[in-house]
Design a protein around this ligand. Structure first.
Ligand SMILES: [Zn+2]
Length: 235
């Protein structure tokens, strides 16, 4: 009888410890809108049961204070946030040290918000010529050779790989970034993934990711997953 009680007690204790140490799903706010994309994009995330993803298309994105509800902002949108309340919510999220992963065309977000470009993302795809710089350019369906150039949790276990994707060129790219991946493709800028310069928030930008050939590339998937985990402080 006593042994049985001790057994139950130990079992209960083990359950409590297991429950306490098991991490809660990572709460991701995926922001879309302003640019079309193939729905196969969402397949990237279906096997990652440790992510709890909420999709917020513009214009509903950033309407609420995101700090208590989300651990990470995943941007796959193309929009200028102009509403002051939304800007404040975005700024508060960054200042609170929550992570940001921006993919592909999200580098053209917030064309007229220097803080965003210079202190958060560390780059900008110029939709129009500006300050003597020409507009940025894009080219679809290129086979690009990608080289890791920094040792970092986001690129851990990722060797050089080839991807068929859309390249961007003539972007403004901050010299304060830590570049993670580069390509030598002549129709692309050299850096294709980097850690942004922000001091409060962990920010990762990945230029790759236009369509299904990229979404289904195993190296791309690994890169996106590791970027999410690292930016959210899970790695
Ligand atoms: Zn694209």
């Amino acid at each position: 009888m006593r042994t049985a009680r001790i057994g139950i007690l130990l079992f209960g204790l083990a359950l409590a410890i297991f429950g306490a140490t098991r991490e809660k799903p990572l709460r991701v706010l995926l922001v879309t809108g302003g640019h079309s994309y193939d729905p196969a994009f969402h397949e990237i995330f279906t096997e990652w049961k440790d992510l709890d993803i909420t999709v917020a298309p513009h214009p509903s994105a950033f309407r609420e204070d995101m700090r208590s509800r989300y651990d990470l902002l995943l941007l796959y949108d193309l929009a200028d946030v102009e509403d002051e309340a939304k800007k404040a919510n975005l700024r508060n999220f960054v200042d609170a040290g929550r992570g940001i992963v921006a993919l592909h065309h999200a580098i053209a977000d917030n064309q007229n918000w220097p803080w965003w470009q210079e202190d958060v993302i560390g780059g900008l795809y110029l939709l129009k010529p500006r300050d003597g710089k020409p507009a940025s350019t894009y080219e679809h369906d290129l086979d690009m050779d990608i080289q890791p150039v920094a040792k970092h949790p986001v690129t851990a276990g990722i060797d050089a790989f080839r991807i068929n994707d859309e390249a961007y060129k003539q972007m403004w790219i901050s010299p304060r970034n830590l570049v993670l991946l580069r390509t030598n493709h002549p129709q692309s800028d050299g850096p294709v993934a980097w850690i942004g310069p922000n001091r409060q928030s962990r920010v990762v930008y990945i230029q790759l990711g236009h369509g299904p050939l990229a979404y289904r590339n195993p190296s791309y998937r690994k890169l996106v997953r590791q970027a999410i985990l690292w930016a959210a402080g899970r790695q």
